[in-house]
Each structure stands twice: as C-alpha cells, then as structure tokens.
Design a protein around this ligand. Structure first.
Ligand code: HEC
Length: 133
C-alpha cells in the first residue's frame, strides 16, 4: 500500500510541475510578469467588458489595445477607472457613448492596472504614477 501511495504522490507532483507554466508564459509575454499585479486586476475587473485581447466589443466597449484615445492621455484613464466614464468618445475612429461604472479598486490598484493596459497587447504607452492621479 505504501509504495503505491508514494508512486501516486510522485506522479501527482510531476504532473503538477509539468502543467504549470503552460499557456501565457512570462517569456512569451514579458508584460504579464512585469505588470503581474495589473494583469491580475484586469483579469478580475476589466476583462468582462474590454475582453482578454483588449479589443473590447465594437460600438459597445471601446478597445484598449492600440487605443488612440487611451494612449493620447494615460492619466485620463486613471480617472476613468476610479470615477467611471459616461462621455461620448471616439476611439480609433468609432464613436462610443456607453457607461463605464467607477471600478472597485484602490488608487494604487488603478495605477497598476492602467500601467498594464498601457503596455499590454503591443501597446507602448509608458507608465503613470501617483502624480497622475
Ligand atoms: C461594465 C463594463 C466595463 C468594465 C468592467 C470596465 N470598462 Fe472601461 N469602458 C467601458 C465603456 C462602456 C467605456 C466607454 C465609456 C464612455 O463612453 O464614456 C469604457 C472606457 C474605457 C477607457 C477609455 C476608452 C478607451 O478605450 O481607451 C479606458 C482606458 C477603460 N475603459 C479602462 C478600463 C479598465 C482599466 C477597467 C478595469 C479596471 C475597465 N475599463 C472596466 C466599459 C467597462
């Protein structure tokens, strides 16, 4: 009985090691490890509307990936995350007039998640910090 149990335990350990590290590895997507906390907040909070690929839903949820609107004013994104947004906006040539509710995040988390979206999906939007709040 005992050797059998050990054997199961060992194969379990091997299996769990083998399966971790699959999918979006940090090697493939360095941004996911650099902004790990921001990604976590994104996956928990923003992904339902802005989608996993950051492309949103045309005419309903604006894209964050390659968003001219976001990249032209990163500190405005901080404000939108913390206070919500219900203004008419043109994002990559398409008009949006939806309502984004204020997100349930702290100021610190807002900075983390905005830094993630500024650099995810090929974005090259720099970073924000407390001085942009
Ligand atoms: C319930 C759906 C919803 C959630 C959740 C949501 N958003 Fe939005 N977001 C919207 C909508 C709708 C707009 C457009 C608002 C408007 O027209 O004023 C928007 C606009 C934006 C914009 C500006 C437009 C652009 O595409 O550049 C940014 C930046 C943004 N959201 C970031 C976030 C981040 C970061 C989170 C998570 C912390 C988040 N959103 C969560 C629906 C959502």
């Amino acid at each position: 009985m005992k050797p059998f149990f050990n054997c199961c335990l060992i194969s379990f350990l091997i299996f769990s090691c083998g399966s971790s590290g699959q999918g979006e590895t940090s090697e493939e997507f360095p941004v996911n490890s650099k902004y790990a906390k921001g990604k976590e907040i994104y996956d928990r909070t923003c992904v339902v509307c802005h989608m996993e690929d950051g492309k949103g839903l045309e005419e309903t949820f604006p894209p964050l990936a390659e968003s001219d609107y976001l990249l032209s004013n990163p500190s405005r994104a901080l404000q939108q995350v913390l206070e919500g947004s219900s203004e008419k906006m043109i994002v990559n040539g398409i008009e949006y007039k939806g309502i984004m509710p204020a997100q349930d995040v702290t100021e610190e988390e807002a900075i983390e998640v905005v830094n993630y979206i500024l650099n995810a999906w090929g974005n090259d939007g720099g970073e924000v910090d407390e001085s942009d709040l």
